[in-house]
Design a protein around this ligand. Structure first.
Ligand code: PRX
Length: 635
């Protein structure tokens, strides 16, 4: 018997030990008892972190949509699969049953097929948080196409580079999106992007905001009339366990974004199993994750994990501040939400507002509160616990990454005693290790180091699209035979983990992973800019904000600095998106460099964080004189 649902702390340890003692047996039992397969596997796991090559359930065949939709139809056909809560609270919420979801997904599958999309083809999805977004993912999965969702806040340049990297044949988008009181011209962004994307043959357009847009003949088609004509039946494509299910881009510390490739079977099993336990989901609970499906959190814990468990998952189109800061609490009350999964940045933003926004709503339905995306600070943890959970809903601080596909370290609610700011213990199957700078594992408790994982788990990303070498170098070379997370962590006296943050040049701003290199590259395109360096500094809502140190080409630059600042942020918005805008831009005469010419970010980080008393030894710099100037001009 597998331990699909863990009920108490002692049982967690039993299950955990079993998952380490015999991982193959452990995952095989779960796969056997909780999923439907077209063909059984020949071997549970084959792996080699040196190559690296990881294969789970080799030889098995399945379709993930049979697991997420079809198998629920007989017993749960009329159960709500997706609740759609629109941006405008006066627009009616939709309740899409599993039967209706099947109807929508099969129709969309047929539309894609009709446009020539076949197994293995890539489809880009650039949509707001509307039902068509979830349906589009599932329709791709139904026909074996690989979806590549691009968060609909990314700019046209970011979109086109992602489309071209994986050579998407079709894009699914909308005329526009609502964001609070504003509308965003998504189709205009897509039109700009597609100028540079010869691989895209068809753009399918959802009508959402009824704006006037241009439709390019021979390329652009309104989706709804095609869905209306399509038949609501589509045999699922039979997929191999290791066939790619999707690509999702994440920032790297250098260069272009990495298209992380996730597999079908392993991803399905891990997202479903973690969802069931970490959110303690029981029928007929209503579960709400506030993330956007454009991020991994939305893939695993709005779409695949919940649906594989036959759950009701809520999709919210809007923002926490519209029409006012009570919106989240209004939604919890309206839909009697049982599990709420959100990010520290949202918690901190809401905590700043008047407490009456919360007090006016009945939050008694809540049973589990989740946090994800960045370390949750103590103050935010307590505010969430006291005011939202009323000290009776456990907080699950879930640590994981785009690359891991599912939650790796987290409490199991009503089971693991929680501790503020600690993600606590590894999930069954996960073997964390803390490493020192010499590549030696630090054993025992009350230690800190760099967080690695020693053994594969089913949903680890299998490669970077088109660049296996980069996959190897980024994750498997720093520490021998280990997956390196890029995070630092400490382990307390009882073995609980606390994630302390990135140890590379990735900065987490409002829960979004931003690489410094792509931002610097875009700033450097400004004709007046010679060089730039971006670092993070603490921010009370965003967790971190971005601080740019910029040198200009000509001294005596005639434009006022305020205008240059605006132009620099404009360039960043165009190249990446508004999420990467800099909060502070300081013009400096030089950047501190080592003798080999490398920018000393450590010093800049301290200056940006106003921690100038222990800058360390600056005398070995190539240009120590710039440091004082930078300190004097710090913003
Ligand atoms: O630094 C960690 C931080 O977010 C990074 C992964 O970002 P991304 O791939 O965008 O995925 C975010 C959603 C899973 C990690 O390397 N991070 C994520 N969750 C936590 C966290 N840091 C601390 N505590 C967390 N709970």
């Amino acid at each position: 018997m597998s331990n699909y649902s863990i009920k108490h702390f002692e049982e967690y340890f039993q299950v955990y030990r079993k998952s380490i003692r015999d991982p193959e047996l452990f995952w095989e039992e779960i796969a056997e008892e909780h999923f439907v397969w077209r063909k059984r596997w020949n071997s549970v796991l084959k792996w080699d972190f040196k190559k690296p090559e990881i294969k789970w359930f080799g030889g098995a065949q399945l379709n993930i949509t049979e697991n997420c939709i079809d198998r629920h139809l007989r017993t749960k056909g009329d159960k709500t699969a997706i609740i759609f809560e629109p941006n405008n609270p006066n627009e009616e919420a939709l309740h899409i049953s599993y039967k209706e979801l099947h109807d929508r997904v099969t129709r969309m599958s047929n539309v894609l097929k009709d446009k020539g999309v076949k197994k293995g083809d890539r489809v880009c999805i650039y949509l707001p948080m509307i039902p068509e977004l979830a349906v589009a993912l599932l329709a791709c999965a139904r026909i074996g196409a690989i979806h590549s969702v691009v968060f609909a806040g990314f700019s046209s340049t970011a979109l086109s580079s992602r489309i071209n990297d994986s050579e998407c044949k079709v894009i699914i988008t909308s005329d526009g999106s609502y964001r609070g009181s504003k509308t965003i011209d998504l189709k205009g962004i897509v039109d700009d992007a597609l100028e540079k994307c010869p691989c895209v043959e068809t753009a399918l357009v959802v009508k959402r905001i009824n704006s006037e847009i241009t439709m390019k003949k021979g390329r652009d088609l309104w989706l709804q009339p095609l869905l209306d004509q399509a038949i609501p039946h589509c045999e699922p494509e039979i997929m191999e366990a290791e066939d790619p299910l999707f690509i999702l881009y994440t920032s790297g510390s250098t260069g272009k974004p990495k298209g992380m490739v996730h597999s079908t079977a392993g991803y399905m099993i891990y997202s479903a199993y973690t969802f069931k336990n970490i959110f303690n989901y029981k029928d007929p609970d209503v579960y709400w994750c506030t993330a956007d499906i454009g991020w991994i959190t939305g893939h695993s814990y709005i779409v695949y994990g919940p649906l594989a468990n036959g759950a009701t998952t809520l999709m919210f189109e809007g923002v926490p501040s519209y029409p006012d800061f009570g919106r989240f609490w209004e939604i919890v009350e309206k839909h009697k939400v049982n599990q709420l999964y959100t990010a520290p940045t949202a918690i901190r933003a809401l905590a700043k507002e008047n407490i009456s926004f919360i007090e006016n709503h009945d939050l008694s339905s809540l049973k589990v509160l989740g946090s994800v995306g960045e370390p949750i600070n103590e103050e935010a943890w307590h505010w969430y616990n006291d005011n939202v959970g009323k000290k009776k809903s456990p907080i699950v601080d879930t640590w994981w990454q785009t690359e891991t596909g599912g939650i790796m370290i987290s409490p199991i609610p009503y089971c693991t005693p929680t501790k503020p700011t600690y993600a606590t213990l590894p999930f069954p199957g996960i073997q964390p290790a803390l490493m020192d700078e010499h590549g030696v594992e630090i054993k025992g408790n009350q230690v800190d180091g760099r967080l690695c994982i020693k053994f594969p788990w089913p949903s680890i990303a299998r490669t970077i699209w088109g660049d296996h070498q980069r996959y190897k170098e980024t994750y498997f070379t720093a520490y021998k035979d280990m997956y390196f997370t890029g995070d630092g962590a400490l382990r307390d006296e009882v073995g609980y983990y606390r994630i302390t943050g990135r140890v590379d040049d990735v900065i987490i701003v409002s829960g979004h992973n931003l690489g410094t290199a792509p931002i610097e590259d875009s700033i450097n395109e400004h004709p007046a800019v010679a060089e730039s360096a971006i670092v993070g500094f603490p921010h009370d809502v965003k967790g971190n904000a971005l601080y740019g140190f910029v040198t200009l080409k000509e001294t005596g630059e005639s434009r006022v600095h305020e205008n240059l600042r605006k132009e620099i942020n404009q360039i960043i918005t165009e190249h990446i998106g508004p999420i990467a805008k800099l909060d502070k831009i300081q013009f400096v005469t030089g950047l501190p460099k080592t003798r080999s010419g490398k920018i000393m970010r450590r010093i800049l980080r301290k200056i940006a964080g106003n921690d100038i008393n222990n800058l360390g030894d600056t005398s070995t710099l190539l240009n120590p004189e710039v440091v004082d100037d930078i300190i004097k001009g710090a913003l």
